[in-house]
Design a protein around this ligand. Structure first.
Ligand code: AGP
Length: 619
């Protein structure tokens, strides 16, 4: 979704803003803009399209954009917009200026009562030049700024916020206060980057990481007053509040493509390392340690049910978690899409553990679901990738995935590491409850520790997937079918394909196809079938036979031990052997590679697929 950057300091502000916006491109956007104060004048430059169009427009306006360029700007903010209210256009791009040109605003989130505020302001004589909800914020701040005659920049923002209903990360410049940026936050992230005689703001860490590792994650309902050498955070009443400085140890290169054609490719190649970093440090001396999470017998025995909530890929990791926990721990588990959970009147109480899974830690649906679960008395555990993100901070307990920054919109290494965490959790609970034998507990830890080298072996032969994709990329519709864990994995494989290649795809339980969907199978329909579960392999052979006799082309993804087995498929992709319970960790990678190569062959925008955003902060 939208991205925000802001800077005050001696560096060339325009260069910092443009670089920051570029590093936030992965969040998904359709227009970009900057505004800055220079020699007491407020300038706005904004453009529909990519950051490079904005760069061109700034350059053509005669501003120096080189990193070493002299800085004559006292404060600057920038924005990438993902349209919600009003089509993508120059006018609707942020920043938005107030009518008298003194106040300038960039905003992430949605002002829900914008129509009401807009007509109120219109009656007061305000004219609007865009269709956005954000412009209302700029006008409203100006209204309060000029109203009393005391021109209180901070006070006018605080007053405007009393009228605004909705969610926001709001950054505001005022021409009368050329050395200041004021931000307000509710339900949308703002990270403050601390430097020496310079300070930064951004909606996500990659925009800051080149300059500083010391960051402050702003809390909801707070206002930040930032100058080059100070930050002050206040609550809605104007009282100064304490903040905590976090140190981010992400490698600055991690947010760069590093020679790969796309971030998605790079991130798939990082899976062995990311999985190892997530799992290995938590396995010591034959036991599993989940830091900050009490796995005492007393705590775990008190849990009568587990409720997993997440969205998209994270939801699919949750489905695997449900299967594992029920199998290994015999605790009933529900796994629900977060946006549905909130309205489902869920049956949960203080004996429920709610596990929320999120790469970004900012997904609004997931956050709302977690809050709902908390309100109903549930304990909460968050499996999150972004340190200090809202979900991580609001959950009772956190298990971080160690995927590092994931830039590509299509989630790959985050999924594999989320699986790493759900396996650790299921095994630890089973050990604590005594539902697993000590031998199996030990064997399964080895299985996890061996995954990185097996993932590497898959990457070594990824050209086989590439070749298959090159011959099939014209497919109009692709079905993924599997049983048991392979079905849950198929759901993720299908999502990955759809989101980046735009090919219609569905995932079905192998046995379910014949209840209707098989009517869609015709000559040449492509069916991909992971078959990794011993007990279910025979049944899956019947299911792929059903589709191949109706003309389908079938790719089977199978473990080494099935290599010699007869399957009614046109092509086999063989993954390393492992205990069948752990197969999804390996099967995911060829499915991601398949989606990637299909999309590359079709010439799609791999890292920034159409209509999608990396971090979805609207309901
Ligand atoms: C993954 O490829 C998707 N882009 C998407 O489904 C994503 O997993 C979902 O929006 C949840 O995001 P989160 O993990 O940051 O909460």
């Amino acid at each position: 979704m939208c991205g925000i950057v802001g800077y005050i300091g001696a560096r060339n502000t325009l260069s910092v803003l443009i670089k920051g916006l570029k590093s936030l491109e992965y969040r998904g956007y359709d227009s970009a803009g900057v505004s800055f104060i220079r020699n007491g004048e407020l300038t706005v430059i904004k453009k529909k399209g990519k950051v490079k169009e904005l760069y061109k427009a700034i350059d053509e306006s005669g501003y120096n954009l080189s990193e070493s360029g002299k800085n004559s700007i006292s404060a600057g903010i920038g924005h990438t917009r993902w349209a919600t209210h009003g089509a993508p256009s120059d006018e609707n791009s942020h920043p938005h200026l107030s009518m008298n040109g003194k106040i300038c605003v960039v905003h992430n989130g949605i002002i829900e009562n914008y129509a009401e505020l807009r007509s109120y302001l219109k009656k007061k004589g305000y004219e609007f030049s865009s269709d956005t909800d954000t412009e209302v914020a700029a006008q409203l701040i100006e209204y309060y700024y000029t109203k009393g005659g005391d021109q209180d920049f901070e006070g006018s923002i605080r007053r405007a916020l009393q009228d605004i209903v909705g969610s926001y990360a709001l950054c505001v410049l005022c021409v009368d206060f050329p050395d200041k940026i004021i931000c307000a936050k509710k339900d949308n992230p703002i990270v403050i980057g601390l430097g020496e005689n310079e300070n930064f703001i951004a909606s996500d860490i990659p925009a800051l990481i080149e300059y500083t590792r010391d960051v402050v994650f702003m809390e909801d309902n707070c206002i930040l007053i930032m100058t080059k050498d100070s930050i002050v955070i206040k609550d809605v009443h104007g009282e100064v509040v304490d903040y905590e400085v976090s140190h981010v140890d992400w490698d600055a290169d991690a947010a760069q493509k590093g020679g790969y054609a796309h971030f998605m490719m790079k991130e798939m190649f990082e899976e062995p390392k990311a999985f190892e970093a997530t799992v290995a440090p938590r396995i010591k001396d034959g036991d599993i340690y989940l830091e900050h999470f009490p796995c005492t017998r007393e705590f775990v025995s008190d849990i009568r049910s587990i409720n997993i909530v997440a969205c998209g890929t994270a939801y699919h990791a949750g489905c695997i978690g449900k299967y594992l926990i029920e199998k290994l721990c015999r605790i009933p588990v529900t796994c629900t899409v977060a946006s549905e959970f909130i309205y489902s009147d869920p049956i949960i109480d203080e004996h429920t553990l709610t596990v929320v899974i999120s790469q970004s830690g900012e997904t609004l649906d997931t956050r709302n679901a977690m809050r709902e679960a908390k309100n109903r008395g549930s304990k909460t555990l968050a499996i999150v990738n972004v340190i200090g993100s809202t979900i991580a901070r609001e959950a009772d307990h956190v298990l971080y995935t160690a995927a590092g920054p994931e830039i590509s919109v299509a989630s790959t290494k985050a999924y594999t590491t989320q699986l790493g965490c759900v396996y650790l959790l299921a095994l630890k609970f089973a050990k604590t409850l005594g539902t697993i034998t000590p031998e199996k507990y030990t064997d399964y830890q080895y299985e996890l520790l061996e995954m990185p080298s097996k993932l590497k072996r898959i990457l070594d032969v990824q050209d086989r997937i590439q070749r298959f994709a090159s011959s099939e990329f014209n497919a109009e519709s692709i079905f993924f079918i599997g049983r048991g864990l392979d079905y849950y994995l198929s759901m993720e494989a299908s999502l990955k394909l759809k989101e980046i290649s735009y090919i219609h795809s569905e995932a079905y339980a192998g046995g379910e196809l014949k209840h209707g969907t098989i009517a869609l199978i015709e000559d040449g329909t492509l069916v991909v079938s992971p078959i990794t579960q011993d007990e279910l392999a025979g049944k899956m052979e019947s299911n792929i036979k059903e589709v191949s006799t109706r003309g389908a082309t079938v790719l089977a993804i199978i473990p080494e031990r099935f290599a010699e087995r007869e399957f009614s498929c046109n092509e086999k992709f063989i993954i390393p052997d492992c205990d069948e319970l752990f197969a999804p960790i390996l099967t995911a990678l060829p499915c991601q590679l398949f989606a990637y190569y299909m999309a590359v062959n079709k010439g799609c925008d791999i890292d920034k697929p159409r209509n999608l955003a990396k971090s979805v902060t609207v309901e």
